[in-house]
Every structure is written in C-alpha cells, then in structure tokens.
Design a protein around this ligand. Structure first.
Ligand code: BES
Ligand code: MN
Ligand code: ZN
Length: 492
C-alpha cells in the first residue's frame, strides 16, 4: 500500500473512491460541502441514511459532477467533540469500508481535518498507521478460505507538498512495517515462535538493513553469570537466546539508547503453574521483545539519525524436572541474589540480567518494555501502558512521545517506600512483593538493577494484545518507541 501527498479538490480527484467526512446533525466538512455543491446536493440528500456517528459510513456511486466513481461518506461525530480519538476511529472505519469494497485507490479527504492543535504531520502519521492497522491480517496459518489480498494499493492524502509531511510519511510507513513485524511475531504461536525463531528474525533484519547482531547462547550466558535469566530457561527444551541488535544512524560519539524487551515465548508460570483458562494468551509474553525488533527495524528502514541497541532476552518459562522451584536462590549478573518465591514472576528475572548487560553500552538511556504484570492490566486496563522511571526528564520525554504517537502511557510511582515488600529472609531480595501494587513492586525489583542508568520501564501487559473475538497482537508500543527515539534525536 502506497501513500502519497497530493493537493487535490474532492470533486475533480480522479481516484477510485474519495472519502469525505460529515459530522453529526448534518454538518458537512469542507470536502463534503465541495462534493455536495458539485453534485447539486447529492451529499445532503444522502444524509438521511447516515447517522453521522463516529465511524458510520455510507457509499455513494456515480454522483453527477464528481470525477470519482465512488464517494464514501464517513461520520465524524459531534463537531465540538472531534479530537484525536474520533480522527483515528473515522480513518479506521474508512479503511475498513475500503477493504470491504475492494477499492484499488482512494483519496482520503479526512486526513486533512484539523485535530485540535496537532500539526499536519501528526495527521499524516496517524492516517497511515490507522489505515495500515485496519488492513493488517494474520492468516498465514489458515489453509482454507483465505480472503483475497487487500486491493487498496494507493492512498492519497490531500495536503500541499511539503518536505516535513513527506518525512512524516516515510516515518509512518516504516513504523507501520515495524508494528506489523511485531504483530506477526506476537500472533505466531509458541511452537513456531521460539527463542531460536526470534533470534533468526533478528538476524534477518540485521542482514536486510546491515545492522550489527550478536546472539548469546546458553553457554555464553553461563560464562557471563546470568543466573536469573538461566533460572527461567532451565526446564524448557528450547534453548534460550540473548539477542542484541544494533543500529547506528548517528555519529560514533553519540551514546546509544538501549531498548530491552521481554522475550518469554511462552509463560506457563513454571512450577507456580498458571491456571489453564486463557493460558494460550501467554504466547504474547514476548511482545516486548517483538516491539524492540519492530522499532529497530523501523528506525533502520527510515535511516533515522539515532544510535539504538535492541536487547531481547528470549526463553520459555516451563515446568519440568529441571525447573526452578519456589524458594530457589539464584545469583544475577549484577552479583545480587534473588529468592524465587514465585516462578511465574519470571519476566523480571530475565530483564534484570538484560538491564545489567545494557550497562556495557554506556547508554544515554535504557527503556525496557515488558508484558510484566497482570496487576498493570487491573490498574490501567487496555488503554494506557504503565510507565515507571528513575529519571523524571526521561519519563516526561516518553510521556510526550506517547501522547504524540497516541500510543499512550500513564506514569506510576517508583517510590522507595515500596521496596520493603521485596525483602527476603534468604537472599538480597525476593522476586515478588505480594498482592498490593503488583506492577509497582515489579518495577521496584527492576530498579535495583538500574541504579547506574537513566532508565524507564513500560509495562505493556494490558496493551500488547487484545483478547476475545478480536484476539491478536496490537503492535504496541512500536509507534511510541519510534516517536520517542525520533523526538529524542531532535525530530519533533
Ligand atoms: N506474563 C505475566 C504477566 C501477565 C499476566 C501479562 C496476564 C498479561 C496478562 C507475568 O510473567 C506474570 O505471570 N506475572 C505475575 C506476577 C506475580 C506472580 C507476582 C502476575 O502478574 O500474576
Ligand atoms: Mn509469569
Ligand atoms: Zn510472563
């Protein structure tokens, strides 16, 4: 699917389908008004068949005076309430209708609607991402009744040519590709998407974009002393992989940002076995790692002026004769010891070693991304990811990038007061902090391994995938991470 920026008038645009917006109560947008006038009132006449509610659609054909064969009307809701969410919903609804129609090319006269104080580049990025999201599908494992390939090949965004908008377009296309990669990896089941598979994917990205790559094997981790990471991988028949993917788009002297993604390819809970209902969703427990690979791919594809290192510790958390037991004490790469009171709190165990490993890159900042706690889903649901940081400047940067990408986060406390919940009678700390504030104590555990770093932690347990009928990976927070790195490099 190709997006392009071209200033067109809706009535003369030679596209297979033009998409125009109408607000509730029959209030037409400028584009809808133009179509209405050129067609001698055909839009107004059709309004009795369209509620105008956000995301409602109505297709008109062969309007007199209109060059395009088809006109898709899209409801935008109340004009006073039109904002970010309505913009995205309208674009998504338009895309869904275009998909249904099998339209080959479309001009999106929604994209240029003013959204609060957002600049046009924001509209361009959001329009591309929302459209690509709506066209995403994962049917590679179905043998029958595969729907034909989506037909939409060209989408015109009606803006005057402008180098900043062209840049936004390039950025958004690469971000959409990165998010699609993350989604594919998330959606693949754990019998296919193993730690080895993730490492091979990282190698593929490295080859395609000429990136640096290291994959540490079990014996490397043993030599280094990654006792926490290895304690999680113990019972699995799948060998653990510790993936390091490096993209250098800035000068040699610029210190890198390190992204660390939790890569548990399946989380059974281990000996602290999870209940069986919905356990299949624990194939998504590598979504942090997938988002890191997707983000590095996106930045490399758009040749972003940043130095970024993606670190993805990958393994499987299984029960078995070799599994770690509750009460086991392990020595982490940092030298600190941990009493594993619950083998289901495994994410922090692989992350703590990865965070210590990240020190060697003398990073400017480290951000880890993890489907870390069910408690985060309880706290924030499926809207915001949880944000924790030991540096408020970094937290603010991430919050602003998240708002910009509309891939939002909510900051939670990382106060010392919570640390006492992690005390252990037998080791430097326990790996769980009890029921209260479960996502905070998980972050506090990680904080003990990042004292030397400017660090933030993003808990994506509620945002990385959807459950129920729409079950599937979301590709979040690739849009946020890409935006963060670009803004960090000075590109607003
Ligand atoms: N991967 C899970 C967290 C999770 C659970 C994400 C459900 C999304 C939905 C993580 O490894 C885990 O099991 N965490 C435990 C921690 C607890 C044992 C302290 C949890 O949240 O229950
Ligand atoms: Mn777990
Ligand atoms: Zn987990």
């Amino acid at each position: 699917m190709e997006f392009s920026i071209k200033k067109l008038a809706p009535e003369t645009a030679k596209a297979g389908c033009i998409v125009v917006g109408v607000h509730q109560a029959g209030e037409l947008t400028q584009a809808a008004r133009a179509v209405d006038q050129a067609s001698k009132g055909a839009v107004r006449a059709a309004l009795r068949d369209l509620s105008g509610k956000t995301g409602s659609t109505l297709l008109l054909r062969g309007l007199p005076g209109i060059a395009a064969e088809r006109v898709l009307l899209v409801g935008l809701g109340e004009r006073e309430e039109f904002a970010e969410a309505a913009f995205r919903d309208a674009v998504r609804a338009a895309a869904a209708a275009l998909k249904e129609l099998g339209a080959k090319d479309a001009a999106l006269f929604l994209a240029d609607l003013k959204v609060g104080s957002r600049p046009s580049a924001w509209n361009v990025r959001q329009a591309v991402l929302a459209t690509r999201e709506a066209f995403y599908r994962f049917d590679e494992l179905k043998t029958q009744k595969k729907p034909p390939d989506p037909a939409l090949v060209s989408v015109i965004l009606p803006f005057s040519p402008d180098s900043q908008l062209e840049q936004a377009l390039t950025e958004a296309a690469a971000t959409a590709d990165g998010a699609a990669l993350a989604r594919n990896l998330g959606n693949l089941p754990a019998n296919l998407c193993t730690p080895t598979y993730l490492a091979d994917e990282a190698k593929k990205i490295a080859r395609q974009f000429k990136l640096g790559i290291d994959v540490l094997e079990r014996r490397d981790m043993e030599k280094l002393g990654m006792g926490a990471m290895l304690s999680v991988a113990r019972a699995s028949h799948q060998p653990p992989k510790f993936i390091v993917l490096r993209y250098s788009g800035a000068g040699k002297s610029a210190r890198p940002v390190v992204l660390v993604g939790k890569g548990i390819t399946f989380d059974t809970g281990g000996i602290s076995l999870k209940p069986s209902s919905e356990m299949d969703e624990m194939k998504f427990d590598m979504s942090g790692a997938a988002s890191v690979l997707g983000t590095v791919r996106a930045l490399a594809a758009m040749k972003a002026p940043v130095n970024v290192i993606g670190v993805a510790p990958a393994c499987e958390n299984m029960p078995g004769g070799h599994a770690s037991r509750p009460g086991d004490v392990v020595t982490t790469l940092s030298g600190q010891t941990v009493e594993i009171l619950n083998t289901d709190a495994e994410g922090r165990l692989i992350l703590c070693d990865a965070l210590t490993y990240a020190e060697r890159f003398k990073p400017e900042a480290v951000v880890d991304i993890a489907t870390l706690t069910g408690a985060c889903v309880v706290a924030l649901g499926h809207v915001a990811s949880g944000l924790f940081s030991n540096d408020q400047t970094l937290a603010d940067e991430i919050r602003e990038a998240a708002d910009d990408a509309w891939d939002r986060v909510w900051q939670m406390p990382l106060w010392e007061d919570y640390q006492e919940q992690l005390r252990s009678n037998f080791a430097d700390m326990a790996n769980i902090g009890g029921r209260p504030a479960g996502s905070v104590t998980a972050a506090c555990f990680l904080a003990r391994f990042t004292r030397k770093l400017r660090w933030a932690h993003i808990d994506i347990a509620g945002t990385a995938w959807k459950s129920g009928r729409e079950k599937g990976s979301t590709g979040r927070p690739v849009p946020l991470l890409v935006r963060f790195l670009l803004r960090h490099a000075g590109r607003k």
